[in-house]
Ligand binder design. Sequence first.
Ligand code: ADP
Ligand code: MG
Length: 713
Amino acid sequence: MCVTLCRFIIPKRGMHMNTVTELFGSMVFNDSVMRARLPKDVFEQVQRSMHDGKRLDSNAATVVANAMKDWAIEKGVTHFTHWFQPMTGITAEKHDSFISPVDGGRVIMEFSGKELIQGEPDASSFPSGGLRATFEARGYTAWDPTSYAFIKDGVLYIPTAFCSYGGEALDKKTPLLRSMEAINREGMRVLRLFGNEKITSIKTTVGAEQEYFLIDQSVYAKRKDLMYTGRTLFGAKPPKGQELEDHYFGAIKPRVAAYMRELDQELWKLGVLAKTEHNEAAPGQHELAPIYTTTNIAADHNQLMMELMQRIARKHDMVCLLHEKPFAGVNGSGKHNNWSISTNTGVNLFEPGDTPSENAQFLLFLCAVIQAVDEYQDMLRMCVASAGNDHRLGANEAPPAVVSIFLGSELEAILRAIENDEPYGSREKELIKVGVHVLPKFPKDTTDRNRTSPFAFTGNKFEFRMLGAAQSISGPNVVLNTAVAESLRQYADFLEAAEDFEEALHDLIQNVIRKHKRIIFNGNGYDEGWAQEAEHRGLSNYPTTPDCSPCYLAEKNIQLFVRHKVYTETEIRARYEIKLSNYNKVLHIEALTMLDMIWKDILPAVSAYSKCLADAALSKKALSGEIHFHFEQDMAERISLLISSAVDKARALEAHMDHGESISDSLALARFHMDKIIPAMEELRKVVDELEGLSSSAFWPYPSYGEILFSVK
Ligand code: ADP
Ligand code: MG
């Protein structure tokens, strides 16, 4: 992320220098608006509730609600909504106006503290994984005061958590907030042992880099597969793809630049720190990275970013594709979750320090991550599993499905020296005693260049690179926060009871390295040998969603989440069901779409083309009396063979789908999709792509890969 585009700096003619700074956050009910509009004591209460999780009393809530309403009305707002993130992975909202009737047939604009704090949307149509019986349709939304309210499309948006009547989380935000509480609780115990008196809380921070494709609306409208499934289900390879590597970081086309400019402005208004954009590896592929912020806000902002990316694309007659693999044979889109822990005093805990104590603290937090990633590698893999992401992981364009950590050679050598009580460093050849010695400096730059690692230490943060572009970032951060909280809990238990803190700390770090070093891998994750080596090390390798979904229910994972009050066992089981049911639905829709395309469009088109060829061959025969070897005859024969084959493959797919109807267990159905439906779809696609390669473009019913990928001129 090192391209800074000059259009942010050079103002357009007529735009004065302050435009961006004035624009930024102009639609957000942020600290400065609150400071200006709330009485001091209420403002302080809100701050406490934001930073320390203290509940706002109902009087204060009324004052805040009023101020919010007045501010919103001044900006032309008439409605408010509790904005939440159900387990569909996208956001949901229901708009209510501020109007309230008064005498004389008139209305006034009202918004109460109660309406701010709690809402009651009908929850019956959101996925609940069996958590909520349909007769108990009520769900509750609860204000998340740590994420600012904002105005979008003339509506006041209030970020909220969403739960059932019984208090079970029905969304992605609740567990994320709970996991942040867990890491705060356990992390603070550890920090106190190092004598950090000024630190009162810690928060994890995230910067989520988002990849996407832009294509022209006209080609999109002609592709049923893109419209129904977000990806192409057929498509012969274009003569030119990404092999010339001429798109990555290439000059941004004016149409795309105009889109990015508008996107930035809309995001800035909402307080999203959109920062860096560039072209990605594939034609039509781009990336947008924001500056990092607190994790739950980063999750909200990533949702807003995905929504606006799609909406603004439409305004520019384009479509933004967020699917993990819109085009076979072309790089797919991922999302990088840069993650760190920061204290309320502004210290990044993954920044190696200058003193022995700072170093020791850094090493202990580093160990907490190493242990967490090793012990919960299955959960990390599982939380990024989806039908879409299955196309990328392990396909040599994204990290492999095996989870490992890249630390960089210097840091790894330091850990090795500590592990083995060996000297480190060429000059002094010193033994490193944790808590006593200063760590040798290691250059930051060398830590970041292994792009094949799923989980890389990049100097002062970790970059988790397995997420798919369309996924919510909440899931992975819930796992990371909770798993690291668990390491920290164990360390705090051990160190609090220790007689000699420094001795105990040294032993602890040494033991963690010894026990969990198998997860550290600095080599090339795309190497074939790595899968074998990983197996040898006992690391798990789950290539697909059905393979890894059962990890959800492993006893150790249930224990982890229950212990830290992030999920109840019931909530975990619900999420497991939703994951599988989503996988099954996606595959079902894809298979149906393929069949629709083949029967209704592709076969009629190629059949018309082969008739045309046959007619041409016949008329030639009529003219010359005989056929020797004519293009038309040859083509008609080849196409007719392929048509028969396509019909067979389509019928085979239909037969499998019929069989699938009888499977009711969701895991069994997912395995069936993986073992039977996907191979049947692939076989059908192979024949159809061959047909496309032979058919006249005048007859082919869909825009080709080349036409789609290069549609934005
Ligand atoms: P690169 O080395 O790939 O250029 P950057 O250092 O620019 O990456 O950061 C990539 C992403 O990581 C950005 O979104 C950035 O804001 C985020 N990031 C940087 N520091 C932190 C941090 N301490 N916590 C979380 N994310 C961070
Ligand atoms: Mg990155």
